[in-house]
Design a protein. Structure first.
Length: 252
């Protein structure tokens, strides 16, 4: 009998500690609008610093986030699956959803009420999606629709990319093509002649250091916002230059 009780307790503990299936991830209500035109050309650039979203690998499946979701840029690169709530709007396209990457910030407009034009005012959770992405789930004439969303792992092709801007004694590194959670919580840089140096977020997906690293091959270490860490060794050769983009073999 004691053995049976022990087996039951072990099985119960395993059940309680096992991760929830993906289907059990909670959907959260929000609203969505669109911007950028039918070709999404107006979404290029943005508060995450990705510049040309085609070149960065994000294409038109992108969104700007309201203050409540943007988290001062910490959510740059994060992925969200969004579905229009057909129970609440006739403008939804039933049975559709789309996964988008956060690439921009939707600023508040305090001159307008939150429920009438000030869609991105805190504490509203709001997605201002690229028009092509939005039209996947809703009809153009709708303008704004209620949605449900959930954070999902990002699927990327190839390794994490690092674009080095700035100047001597000020390296400003843009991080793109991050899989997994997509969000970067902490970053380090290492020259071939230095130890690991902690970087600080400058803006969006740009991280900075004040070290002098000219003429050294560069390695990077990234901690994602779900706590995972990956190291990309010797990504940039000793002859790297400011404005250059270097693709690593590392990925989450």
């Amino acid at each position: 009998m004691a053995v049976i009780k022990m087996l039951v307790l072990v099985a119960l503990a395993a059940f309680l500690l096992s991760p929830a299936p993906a289907s059990a991830v909670k959907w959260t209500p929000a609203f969505a609008t669109f911007y950028g035109g039918g070709d999404a050309s107006g979404t290029m650039g943005g508060a995450c610093g990705y510049g040309n979203l085609y070149g960065a690998g994000y294409g038109t499946r992108t969104t700007a986030l309201s203050t409540a979701l943007f988290n001062n840029g910490a959510s740059c690169g994060a992925c969200f699956t969004i579905a229009c709530d057909t129970r609440k709007s006739p403008w939804c396209k039933p049975g559709t959803s789309i996964t988008v990457t956060a690439t921009n910030f939707c600023p508040p407009n305090y001159a307008l009420p939150s429920n009438d034009g000030g869609w991105c005012n805190p504490p509203r959770q709001h997605f201002d999606m690229s028009q092509p992405a939005w039209e996947t789930i809703a009809v153009y004439r709708g303008g704004i629709v209620p949605v449900n969303y959930r954070r999902v792992p990002c699927q990327r092709s190839g390794g994490i990319r690092f674009t080095i801007n700035g100047h001597s004694y000020f390296e400003l590194v843009l991080v793109t093509n991050v899989a997994g959670s997509g969000g970067v919580a902490q970053m380090w840089i290492k020259g071939s002649g230095t130890d690991w140096i902690a970087m600080s977020q400058n803006w969006g997906a740009n991280w900075q250091t004040g070290a002098y690293l000219n003429g050294q091959s560069l390695s990077f270490r990234i901690k994602s916002d779900d706590g995972r860490v990956v190291t990309a060794n010797n990504v940039a050769p000793s002859g790297w230059w400011f404005g250059g983009t270097y693709t690593s073999g590392a990925q989450f």
